[in-house]
Every structure is written in C-alpha cells, then in structure tokens.
Design a protein around this ligand. Structure first.
Ligand code: NAD
Length: 263
C-alpha cells in the first residue's frame, strides 16, 4: 500500500526513545521528512543521525522541553523555518509520574497539565494555521488506553489524557472541513523506558521483583504479551497517510485487546 508520505513534513514530538522514536523511524522509512525533538540534545542527535543514516531522508532534530511553551516554540519555529510547513503533527511527551491521589502536590498537577495537555495545545496552535491554509493536515495525539479504562495508580495520566481527548474531539469538528484529520492513538502496555519506570515503582511499592509487574500486565492482555513500539508506529503511519483521509475524531487502541469495553 502506498501511504503517500514521501513529500510530507512530519513533526514527531518526544522522539528520542520509545513510541515517538518508533513513529519517527516508521515515517522516515516511508520517505517523509522529519522533525524530531526531546529534552536531551546528545541522545536526540545520536538517534536522529541513525534515522538519517538508515533512510537517507532529511531529519531536523531540536532539543527542547515541551512542558515549557518556549520549548514548543523552539521546535515548531525551527520546523517552519527549515521546511516551510508541517503536514503531519504527532503530539507526544513523557508520561506523568505514577502514584495515588494523595501522593501528588498541586505543583505535580500543574506539571502534568503542562506536560500532557498544554504541550499538545501549544503544538497544535503553532502548526494549524499552515494546515488550514494548505487545506491538508494530520494531527495524531499519543494518549493512552487510560482514556477508555483508567489504569490503576496513574491518576495524573488518567485525568489529563481525558482532557486531551476532549480537546482533540472538539478540534476535529472545527477543522474537518479544511481536510485536516485529528485522531488519538492509545498505546497499551508497550515495551519502552516508560514501562520500566512503572515496573520499578510497582516493585518498590509492593516489595516484589520487577518481573512480577510484567507478569501481571500480560495476564490482563488477551494476546498474553507486551506490545512492541513498531506495532504502535504502524498505526501512526496509516493514520498519517493519504489512505486514512476519511478517518477523523477517533481514539484507536494498540493494546493486544487489554481494554475490556465492547467498542
Ligand atoms: P519513553 O519514556 O520511552 O519515551 C519518552 C520520550 O519523551 C523520550 O524521547 C523523552 O526524551 C521524551 N520526553 C519526555 N519528557 C519530555 C519533555 N518534557 N519534553 C520533550 N520530550 C520529552 O515513553 P513511551 O513509552 O514512548 O511513552 C510515550 C507516551 O505514551 C508517554 O506519555 C506515555 O505515558 C504514554 N504511554 C505509554 C505506554 C507504554 O506502555 N509505553 C502506555 C500508555 C501510554
């Protein structure tokens, strides 16, 4: 299937590792021009060089903290200066810390808001005018299975990702007539550093081995295994493509069947 990504400019946020990196790799393999970002410059430049080497395409890598509006300005500004436009935006960032309600200070709530909701809104604000002008755009938000079924001990994530979903669903209504689609991608338990972080927290809190966390997760997944980042990235490539032109306002899980609801 030709996804038609060869002449597209794609900005993939938080892409030095994990799901963002896998999406960047997938887009680059399809011939898209890439803008990557993450906080740490050294790791980001190393990963960007690998992606460039493997696929031969153009890759711009800008170190920035997306929880800071100035970081979003830096990444989006560099993308627009270098390539003149962003056709595909993947919003993404690190996950907010785990823990029950009483463990989180007001400051932790504000930080989670800045990281998860505000960064998404600011990235969209930066690239939407150009998409509307050209009457073509794809906005993909990395959220979580938590928007359909809250995940235990992730109250910050469960709350803020619901807000992103409300934002995206409303935006889809507003920009559909400009041929811009807005969709959310919901990772299930996927093997990345984020999952290692969650396993360590469970091991510490419950005084068990980290492998116990993985066993518990896989026992709840009908496919009886964790997901791998490229399995998630495949959805991004399709939703970003010309072929997904009539799919908008959706929240699609890649979770091996973990969500228990009927639809
Ligand atoms: P990860 O920890 O493997 O990678 C996170 C990436 O985000 C890294 O490149 C990191 O440098 C970057 N990043 C973190 N904070 C940033 C910031 N403030 N500014 C810029 N870049 C920043 O995580 P992942 O597993 O790829 O997860 C991506 C998102 O998906 C997270 O929000 C996570 O909570 C969510 N999610 C992951 C899973 C999973 O199982 N992996 C499941 C559900 C939801």
């Amino acid at each position: 299937m030709d996804l038609g990504l060869q002449d597209k400019i794609a900005l993939v946020a938080a892409s030095s590792r994990g799901l963002g990196r896998a999406i960047a790799e997938e887009f680059a393999a399809e011939g898209a021009t890439l803008v990557m970002c993450a906080r740490g410059d050294e790791e980001l430049q190393r990963v960007a060089a690998q992606v460039r080497e493997r696929n031969g395409g153009r890759v711009l890598a800008v170190a920035a903290d997306l929880a800071d509006p100035r970081g979003v300005d830096a990444v989006c500004g560099a993308a627009l200066r270098e390539f003149g436009r962003v056709d595909i935006l993947v919003t993404n960032a690190g996950g907010p810390p785990p823990g029950p309600f009483e463990s989180h200070t007001p400051e932790a709530w504000r930080a989670a808001y800045a990281l998860t909701l505000e960064s998404t809104v600011n990235m969209v604000r930066a690239v939407l005018p150009g998409m509307k002008q050209r009457r073509w755009g794809r906005i993909l938000n990395v959220t979580s299975i938590a928007v359909k079924q809250p995940v235990q001990d992730l109250i910050l994530s469960n709350s803020l990702r619901a807000a992103v979903t409300g934002f995206a669903r409303t935006l889809a209504n507003e920009v559909g007539s400009f041929n811009i689609t807005v969709n959310n991608m919901l990772p299930g338990y996927t093997r990345t550093a984020r999952l290692d972080q969650l396993a360590k927290k469970i091991a510490k809190t419950e005084n068990v081995d980290e492998s116990k966390a993985e066993e518990r997760w896989t026992s709840e997944i009908p496919m009886r295994r964790l997901g791998e980042p490229p399995e998630f990235a495949a959805l991004a490539a399709f939703l970003a493509s010309e072929r997904a032109s009539y799919i908008t306002a959706q929240s699609i899980a890649v979770d091996g069947g973990w969500i228990k609801s009927l639809v």
